[in-house]
Structure formats: C-alpha cells, structure tokens
Design a protein around this ligand. Structure first.
Ligand SMILES: *Cc1c(COP(=O)(O)O)cnc(C)c1O
Length: 404
C-alpha cells in the first residue's frame, strides 16, 4: 500500500529516512512499528471469511503476506526510492537479486551482467540461471560505445552494479540504461553501495532497484535482508513471483532494519567522510599503487560519481604496490581496529584481501595500463570509529608490512 513516490516525498532524503513508513495505523502511538508477530488472521464469522481479504499491504490476510512491521519497512524503502511504486523484501541480498532476476527472465532469455559484479551474482548465473536455460553474458561496464553490441533478440535484462564490487569502477548508468531501454531490455541494478540516498537509480534510468539491506540499512552487522523496488508494473510482477516462492522476512528482522534505516543518512555521511580522508592519505603512501574510491578526486570514476551520485559510503579498496600475498597478510593481520571479515556497512571497520583475477570474464585484471605486479587488493569497510584512530592504525600496519 504505497503512495508511489511517497506521501512525504516533498522532503529531502535525510528527513525521509526519519519519517518514512510511520503510519499511525501501523505504529499506533509509538514512533517505530512494534514487532507484530502473526501467522493467523481470525475472522469474525464465516461470512467475514467468505468475503476474503484484498491481497494488498495494509490488509492483514495471512503471515506469509506480511504484517504491519514489514509493510512499514516496505513503505519506507519505497518512499526513499523516487519512481518506485512498491518494495518486496527478501531474506538476504542474494535472495533479492535472485527474486528480481527470476521475475523478469524465462528459459531461452539472455541476461547481460556487468563484469565487476558481486561474486555471488556471478555464481547465480552459473548455478541458478544456466540450469533453467537462461544464458548470462558479461560486459565491460566502462565500454559505453560497445554496450549496444552485446544485445541480441533474446536479451531480456541487464544487471548493473556501480561502483562494481571490490574494484569500484563507476559505470555511466544513465547512458547504459538508455541503451538497454532502446533494446527493450529491463535494467536492474544492485544499488547496495550507494542506497537511494546516494544514487536514486530509478530516476537515473534503471527499472529495478536491488539492495542488500544487510549492509547500510541494517548498519549493525546483526541482520540479513534484501529488497527490490520498482515502478508499478514490474513491482506487481516481482511481488507475485515472491509470493509464489513463499518468500517471507520475520517481523523481528524488519523491525531491526527499520531501526537501522532511521540513522542511515548520518552513518553514511560520517563513514563517507572518514573513508575519503583515509583514501586521500593512502594515495600518498609508497606501499599503495592505486586507491579505488569513487569519492576520491582524480580517480577514474570520480567524474561520473560527481555527476550522478549525491553521496558515498565507507566501502573502498586499495591495490598494493607489487606486494606478495604474505606481505599483504602481514598488513591486514597487523590492523588492530579493523576486523577481518565479509559483509560491510556496519558500525565497525573491516578489511579483507581480494584478487579479482579469477572472477572476471571480459575485462583484464590488473586493468590495461597498470604495472602487472600491482594486483593484490585490500577492501576496507569504514565504520564509525574516530578517523584519526583508523589512520594511525593503517599507518602502523603499513609499516609492519614493510618489515615483513
Ligand atoms: C553483500 C552484497 C550482496 C548480498 O547481500 P546478502 O544480504 O549478504 O545476501 C549483494 N550485493 C552486494 C554488492 C553486496 O555487497
């Protein structure tokens, strides 16, 4: 039950995260919707049962169709995504990507997938889509001129992700999604990095916005969830598929996600500022060959980021200068304030090693023009710690790498 762009669409994003999804009929007298646990709806009598309930959010029917806590979260996410008519929740970000793709693709179709995609999306092409007779072809997200050449009459959808996972290339999403539209293909984008606060993707030309809420929306590393938002026609289709699959998220998790959402704008602002400070400092360090951070002035993606995005986040990467795997391990292991772990977008900083060499189909790693020795990456997820403490920690760990 969404009012399209949202009844509070007149406010700016930081205000909308505070007020979105707060409806008196769902929240009662409290400001965040309580955890509303239920499977069964009790009807007044047989006649009431026979009348049935509409299959719309806002009319409790049966727990699998959601209840006020989940509706409030959906409504809030829809309000934050200009152009969306509704949002469907999934038990993880990966489930959201799968749910969206399976809603728009059928046997015999071809999907175009950006070559710097999140690795589990690539695995999905292999392990979920290929056995269903859906073919996936990869494309270089930076080659706008060559993009139209990837389409054939079976190409039904494109999966974008910008900045790309780990390597952070920024794609020209408005130009690429224009081409996809001309080719009658549906463009989906994994917008976990920017969230609609940083990149309102439906306004930039995409048809379907996907997010792992596990990251910035949850924000506290204690929740798994995903979402898909779209305009009316596609939203209906995606919702129907998710109902056919029996997808549900618990009201407890929905409540945590809503709580996280309320502070997302300030958390993003803070972690973006710290990440940028750290990225600037790292770009001057002799052990660092490349800083892969769209917010950093002078990096390849920065011009597009400046043009299309209204915010960043704390996730960025570096590529070490000709280091060995053991030197990189010495650096990461010497970090005291950064946990070593997957996921990101939490309040605590993390660092992981990466090497995209095996996870690419059509673009080389290292990219053309780089020294072939400079290939080992470290990805940072910057949390809410004091930036001077983080900087000091990275400095002492780099020094330990030199002596390893
Ligand atoms: C983590 C992540 C996902 C998957 O989210 P989960 O909630 O962990 O399933 C999807 N896309 C990107 C870019 C991610 O980083």
């Amino acid at each position: 039950m969404s009012d399209g762009p949202g009844d509070n669409g007149k406010h700016r994003p930081a205000t909308r995260v505070v007020e979105a999804g707060r409806r008196a009929e769902w929240t009662g007298p409290v400001v965040n919707p309580p955890v509303w646990r239920a499977s069964t709806h009790l009807y007044d009598d047989s006649q009431d049962l026979a009348k049935g309930r509409t299959n719309e959010d806002g009319h409790f029917y049966y727990g699998r169709r959601g209840a006020p806590t989940q509706w409030a979260l959906c409504d809030a996410l829809t309000t934050l995504e200009p152009g969306a008519a509704g949002t469907v929740l999934y038990p993880s970000g990966v489930a959201a990507i799968a749910g969206a793709l399976l809603s728009v693709l059928e046997t015999g179709d071809v999907l175009l997938m950006t070559d710097n995609v999140y690795e589990p999306s690539r695995a999905m092409a292999r392990n979920l889509l290929a056995p269903l007779g859906i073919e996936t072809r990869f494309f270089d997200p930076l080659d706008v001129d060559g993009f139209a050449g990837h389409f054939c009459d079976r190409t039904k959808a494109v999966l974008f992700e910008s900045p790309g996972s780990l390597t952070m290339e920024v794609a020209d999403i408005p130009a690429l999604s224009d081409i996809a539209r001309e080719k009658c293909a549906i463009s989906l984008i994994d917008n976990t990095w920017a969230t609609p606060l940083g990149l309102p993707v439906l306004e930039r030309g995409c048809d379907v916005a996907i997010m792992s809420l596990t990251k910035h929306v949850g924000g506290h590393s204690d929740l798994m969830m995903g979402s898909v938002s779209a305009g009316e026609k596609l939203y209906r289709k995606i919702r129907l598929k998710s109902q056919a699959m029996g997808t549900v998220v618990s009201p407890d998790d929905a409540s945590l996600a809503l709580r996280g959402l309320r502070t997302m704008a300030v958390r993003l602002e803070r972690s973006t500022a710290t990440a940028l400070e750290l990225a600037r400092w790292l770009s001057d360090q002799p052990q660092v060959a490349h800083v892969l951070c769209p917010m950093l002035e002078g990096t390849p993606g920065n011009a597009l980021w400046q043009r299309d995005f209204s915010g960043g986040c704390g996730l960025f990467s570096i590529v070490l200068k000709g280091s060995s795997v053991s030197q990189r391990a010495a650096f990461i292991d010497a970090l005291e304030l950064f946990g070593i772990g997957f996921s990101w977008g939490g309040f605590e900083s993390l660092a992981i090693p990466f090497d995209p060499t095996g996870a690419r189909s059509v673009t080389p790693w290292p990219p053309e023009g780089w020294d072939s020795e400079d290939r080992l990456g470290v990805r940072f997820s910057i949390g809410l710690e004091d930036s001077a403490d983080l900087m000091q920690d990275v400095a002492q760990a780099l020094a330990k790498m030199d002596t390893a």
